[in-house]
Design a protein around this ligand. Structure first.
Ligand SMILES: [Fe+2]
Length: 285
């Protein structure tokens, strides 16, 4: 089920770190909740493991866990996941040991409430092909082929991390060229029949809701027109299309673009207090 409110966008720097608590994945770590489905508990979060953090299993989760390491390194069983590592571990995947000797911050995505269960788990037959134990994203080449003529002004390149073999859902890194903006500062808007979710890792990306900096996050439900976008000095984002295969649909009308667009987010009631406080990166001058 996909019933999360439209969030577009928030700077996660403004969210508090919280203690996870018993019964959920990593009860002794900290998290910032980015979005959550109140129906089934599926959620997206930043997670932080303090230096020296460790857990001994075996244990498993009743949800698929997808993660991308942003900082530090996570040790899990036979794998070391330094920054820019990715994995997709289906529900029931057994972790025997986990540790973060020097600390770790990662993005985590769960397709149901991440309930923690002690002991060895069982992976459903239908989930076995979905497992991606480890991808070194930094070592992958960028796919620079143009896949939509209307996005040519952004020069978008990709590193595909996951395409679900059944649903077509995708997770990928997106790279947008510096000094890219729609010709004439206007252009059509795009829509998708599925959820688009993104976290800005580097650079900045400007659209109708203002300029997103590293740490910016959005969850956009299906069928919402968005853009046009531009990136003054480029942008690297982790993007997920959730709920099915992604296609671009374009509006006939054109919408304006400006790098000077003020922060005017779409936020649910419990996050409205963030609408007044646009986080800006520290000045370099
Ligand atoms: Fe989009």
């Amino acid at each position: 089920m996909i019933h999360r409110p439209h969030i577009e966008f928030l700077q996660s720097q403004l969210l508090p770190w919280r203690r996870i608590g018993p019964g959920l994945a990593r009860p002794d770590a900290e998290y910032k909740l980015l979005s959550r489905d109140p129906g089934d508990g599926a959620c997206s979060a930043l997670m932080r493991y303090a230096p020296g953090w460790s857990r001994e299993g075996p244990e498993h989760l009743l949800a698929a866990e997808e993660f991308y390491v942003l900082d530090g390194a996570l040790y899990m069983d036979d794998h070391v996941y330094p920054a820019d590592s990715y994995a997709y571990l289906p529900a029931g995947w057994t972790r025997n040991s986990m540790a973060a000797p020097d600390g770790c911050v990662l993005l985590a995505f769960y397709d149901a409430e991440p309930t923690l269960v002690a002991g060895i788990g069982t992976i459903a037959e239908s989930d076995r092909d979905r497992a991606i134990p480890h991808i070194d994203a930094a070592g992958m080449p960028w796919d620079t082929t143009l896949n939509d003529e209307k996005l040519k002004h952004l020069g978008i390149s990709r590193k595909n991390l996951r395409t679900d073999p059944v649903t077509g859902e995708r997770t990928f890194l997106s790279l947008i060229f510096p000094q890219s903006a729609p010709t004439g500062n206007k252009g059509p808007q795009e829509m998708h029949p599925v959820v688009e979710e993104a976290y800005i890792i580097a650079g900045s990306l400007t659209g109708p809701q203002g300029t997103m900096y590293p740490g910016a996050y959005f969850w956009r439900p299906p069928g919402i027109a968005h853009g046009p976008f531009g990136a003054r000095w480029g942008a690297v984002s982790l993007i997920r299309f959730v709920g099915g295969r992604h296609v671009n649909q374009w509006t006939k009308e054109e919408a304006p673009f400006s790098f000077d667009t003020a922060y005017q987010p779409i936020l649910p009631p419990d996050l409205q207090h963030l609408a007044q406080a646009h986080w800006l990166p520290p000045s370099a001058y």
